[in-house]
Design a protein around this ligand. Structure first.
Ligand code: ATP
Ligand code: MG
Length: 249
């Protein structure tokens, strides 16, 4: 068990009063697996991620984490005035951990994931998908045990998103990183996760947890997973659980 969340509750206190956001959340995560959090807009998904990363303190409950976290946000937050290499080095620079060994690791990641020839380019010269890969490598460079990804693909158009999701998931699996990903997209969650936690409307509680078992021919990737016969059943079940208000459509 690498992450254990027990009886987690969170209230925000604002000028308008108290806002109950999370209510008694219990979750566990096994090493090397991908957990997806899905839930309605504003239910408290980012709040869970911010608590896990230590950015904010919960009102109640306990969290046990056996390892170091790396956080990747919705926007890639690449610095436009720094080259790709300089962007990737930034986390290590801040932590004063830029050593020969960590530089070798960056070099390996850049070569392995097709960015070596772009190391001296600036972010604006890269495609959206490549920028996302740079953001991931920057997060991997600090050698986290757990990756927190909050809607990492939401800025991309649909086709790019499918490809980038496939690409990023392959990297996460190859590097054997335990991952928590927040997504609005049910199909994306099913295609990449080992486990999906479905959250209710605010205050978020856990409605259900699904272990995802798909029959895939050949290598299991997000794209091949979408062809699995079980895919549609998971989709329909989770869609119903999300309780999407059809009046809003
Ligand atoms: N620092 C804060 N102070 C007060 N209220 C906050 C704060 N951060 C978030 N909220 C509120 O808490 C609720 C949950 O926010 P959160 O960002 O966790 O939801 P989310 O599920 O990530 O939403 P989205 O789907 O839009 O990304 C929202 O109503 C939000 O307005
Ligand atoms: Mg959010």
């Amino acid at each position: 068990m690498i992450v254990q969340i027990k009886n987690l509750s969170m209230n925000y206190y604002t000028l308008e009063g108290e806002l109950e956001v999370l209510k008694n959340i219990n979750l566990t995560l096994e090493e090397g697996t991908i957990l997806a959090l899905v839930g309605p807009s504003g239910c408290g998904k980012s709040t869970i991620m911010n608590i896990l990363s230590g950015l904010i303190k919960p009102t109640k409950g306990s969290i046990t984490i056996n390892g170091k976290m790396g956080y990747m946000f919705q926007k890639d937050h690449l610095l436009e005035w720094r080259t790709i290499m300089e962007n990737i080095k930034i986390g290590l620079e801040i932590q004063k951990k830029l050593t020969d060994k960590s530089l070798q690791k960056i070099e390996r990641l850049l070569k392995l994931y097709g960015l070596w020839n772009f190391r001296n380019n600036y972010p604006e010269e890269l495609s959206g998908g490549m920028r996302q890969r740079v953001a991931l490598i920057r997060t991997l460079a600090i050698n986290p045990d757990i990756l927190l990804l909050d809607e990492p693909f939401s800025a991309l158009d649909y086709q790019t998103r499918l490809l980038v999701c496939d690409d990023i998931t392959k990297i996460i699996k190859k590097e054997n990183k335990t991952t928590i990903i927040v997504t609005h997209d049910i199909a994306e969650a099913i295609s990449m996760a080992d486990k999906i936690a479905v959250l209710s409307k605010r205050p978020a509680t856990i409605k259900n947890i699904h272990e995802i078992n798909l029959t895939v021919k050949g290598e299991k990737t997000p794209l091949s997973s979408r062809e699995a016969p079980e895919f549609k059943d998971y989709f329909n079940t989770i869609w119903k659980e999300l309780d999407i208000d059809e009046k809003l459509l």
